[in-house]
Design a protein around this ligand. Structure first.
Ligand SMILES: [Zn+2]
Ligand SMILES: [Zn+2]
Length: 287
């Protein structure tokens, strides 16, 4: 439970719904956002993959998803700015945020994320799973080589950055949570720190925006990217957007105020917010 001062930056652009692995219809998230006084909100369903999963929307539901969010955007236009987004995986050269299929959708914005890595047999493995499943996966599909899994993850993100087609990078070091379940010391190992530091320089050189994702804060006390990187993010002037990655309507603001307070503590005084369709750098302000 957040006990600090509330902030007036009431926005969230990472939110799921029953079209993917969210646990309620998109309208329930929007109603909760309005109830909490939000002025700008984006729904970002997991984009369809070329095959069925339990967590992404199916290709044939894409139009229904778009129609539903556009309908809600219009329905609530006098109460809140609603944005139609998608969280698109970088899967392959042919299926990623820069693919023409996605570029031709009428999306207001795109989150570029990596949740899948290819094993030695070129099979896609979901690494955004529970820690015990992740550890078994590293042992069974990646030869117990956690370092190469982590390196593959950041390499794939860099490939995504090169390809473009997204507005900001989703939870850009999320593998840190599962990797530290496999090896509790990993985040302080010099190769890991060098890798992550190089990655943030890569982001900065490419001029990308990132999110600070608060989804795991209540459960694991971690943000993605981790708070240890905030000083570097500040030094590199990487623009940030603060999102809760809500899968339940009650979580539209979960962990966001903790992130905003931590950003201020580290000298980052502005966040990016969508206003009238444009990303605007906005001061972090107490209510
Ligand atoms: Zn994600
Ligand atoms: Zn998500």
């Amino acid at each position: 439970m957040y006990r600090g001062k509330p902030f007036s930056n009431l926005t969230n652009y990472h939110s799921h719904s029953s079209f993917c692995d969210g646990k309620a219809p998109a309208e329930d998230f929007i109603k909760e956002a309005i109830r909490q006084g939000f002025y700008s909100y984006g729904v970002s369903g997991h984009a369809p993959l070329p095959y069925h999963t339990h967590w992404s929307m199916d290709m044939e539901d894409t139009q229904a998803y778009i129609d539903e969010i556009l309908f809600l955007k219009e329905k609530y236009k006098n109460e809140i700015e609603i944005y139609l987004g998608m969280e698109i995986d970088y899967l392959t050269r042919d299926h990623n945020p820069s693919s023409s299929f996605f570029r031709n959708l009428p999306l207001d914005y795109v989150i570029g994320s990596v949740h899948l890595l290819e094993d030695a047999d070129d099979k896609n493995k979901d690494i955004d799973v529970k820690p015990e499943q992740f550890c078994a996966l590293v042992d069974n599909s990646f030869g117990s080589d956690i370092r190469s899994v982590v390196e593959m993850y950041f390499t794939k993100l860099k490939t995504m950055i090169d390809a473009g087609g997204f507005d900001f990078i989703g939870h850009c070091d999320k593998i840190s949570l599962n990797a530290s379940a496999y090896n509790p010391a990993i985040l302080s190992e010099s190769w890991y720190r060098d890798l992550v530091s190089g990655f943030f320089h890569y982001i900065s050189d490419a001029g990308c925006m990132i999110e600070i994702n608060s989804k795991a804060y209540a459960r694991a006390g971690m943000f993605f990217p981790n708070i240890e990187n905030f000083t570097l993010i500040k030094q590199l002037s990487i623009p940030v957007v603060v999102n809760s990655d809500a899968h339940y309507p009650a979580d539209v603001n979960a962990g966001r105020f903790e992130v905003l307070a931590a950003l201020l503590d580290n000298g980052i005084k502005e966040v990016m917010e969508l206003r009238r369709g444009e990303w605007i750098s906005t001061p972090i302000k107490s209510m």
